[in-house]
Design a protein around this ligand. Structure first.
Ligand code: SF4
Length: 363
């Protein structure tokens, strides 16, 4: 999905210049676009289930995947997982430095640690291994696991999160390591936004954005769109993850919708559909669901307008690559702004999909 890129709208801040990193096949920071990440919810030790979920995430547009590493058995599963997936693999490790070193030695593309919960000599071991294997280290700080001294000084706050992330980076820099990415997460949207702004003002390491523990689908979408979106509009952010309680595949359409809405990456199907009102005489809600499902995971950008009636329908449909403006039991098909033909309601989905296929062929 990395080739479908459009420049950010001029109305937003210029993209913050960050250091360029390479995480497996995905470039991060520098001139690279914003990449979409996710994390598996399977038991990493169950290779088949984890690979199955990662492949589903790949199809939905995930570009970098993180897996939890709770023990040595999970580390042993990493090579098998890595060879069966196409996207970079990140090992997420807490507390146990030996697992981080072992994961690096197994060939993961990056690890995610919180140096605040590891001793200094253990960090040195991880850094030595990461240097040997050219591995990227993401320093992930979270409002739920801040260091005691920072909590005593600043409480749970944006300042404490910022200091924790910068302190973690400094510990790695002191060991001569700078292949670093930072993430600063909180379930509190204003706190997460402020913390990322503070960090962005004080370092040029790439930043991963996400509102953590964001809840189920609606809350997760709203909180992520606000938290991630405000920062992206400020030009801050190099990778993003929407966190949803439940199947992580649900995260991807939200993440891509955020990037499309801000015109950062024009990828997939953008559905423009009206809310309907008393003028609508077709099953527009059903149509929107069916079209969205049929185009899920699509890579090439297309704008599809599904409008209930002739009031705003022709105008919106004419702005889209393809669209339907509904009438009574029929709709007018618009293609690249031109009204093409009347279509019976029962034929909306097959006709739209056929026309989209023909648009794709035209390039
Ligand atoms: S496009 Fe027509 S049906 Fe849809 S909300 Fe507007 S007026 Fe109502």
């Amino acid at each position: 999905m990395t080739s479908e890129i459009s420049p950010m709208e001029a109305s937003f801040a210029a993209r913050r210049k960050t250091r360029a990193l390479q995480v497996g096949c995905v470039a991060i920071g520098g001139d690279a676009t914003v990449a979409v990440q996710s994390m598996t919810s399977t038991d990493t030790r169950d290779v088949a289930a984890t690979v199955r979920q990662i492949r589903a995430l790949e199809r939905a547009g995930c570009e970098i995947i993180r897996v939890a590493i709770p023990d040595a058995e999970a580390v042993r599963a990493l090579p098998d997982i890595k060879k069966r997936i196409a996207i970079p693999l990140i090992a997420d490790i807490h507390f146990q430095a030996r697992l981080a070193v072992a994961a690096i030695q197994k060939g993961v593309d990056g690890i995610r640690i919180n140096p605040g919960n590891m001793a200094g000599d253990k960090i040195a071991e991880i850094v030595r291994a990461a240097k040997d294997h050219q591995t990227v280290i993401r320093i992930g700080v979270n409002a739920g696991s801040l260091e005691k001294d920072l909590l005593a000084r600043y409480g749970v706050s944006a300042r404490a999160l910022c200091e924790s992330a910068l302190r973690g980076a400094a510990r790695l820099e002191d060991l001569g390591f700078e292949r670093i990415k930072l993430s600063i997460k909180s379930s509190d949207v204003p706190m997460m936004v402020e913390a990322c702004r503070l960090v962005a003002a004080r370092t040029d390491y790439p930043l991963h954005l996400g509102v953590t523990e964001a809840g189920t689908r609606v809350d997760a979408a709203v909180k992520s769109a606000l938290g991630i979106g405000m920062l992206l509009a400020d030009g801050i952010g190099d990778t993003i993850r929407v966190s949803v309680t439940g199947n992580p595949v649900l995260e991807l359409p939200i993440a891509w919708s955020i990037l499309r809405a801000l015109k950062i990456r024009m990828v997939g199907a953008e559905i423009i559909s009206c809310p309907t009102c008393g003028r609508c005489e077709i099953d527009l809600a059903g149509l929107a669901v069916r079209v969205e499902k049929a185009l899920a995971g699509r890579k090439k950008y297309i704008k599809v307008a599904l409008m209930g009636c002739v009031v705003n329908g022709p105008g919106e449909a004419a702005e889209a690559d393809i669209g339907i403006a509904g009438g009574r039991g029929f709709g007018m098909l618009f293609k690249k702004g031109v009204a093409c033909k009347k279509v019976k309601e029962k034929d909306f989905v097959p006709v739209l999909l056929e026309e989209i296929r023909s648009l794709d062929k035209e390039g």
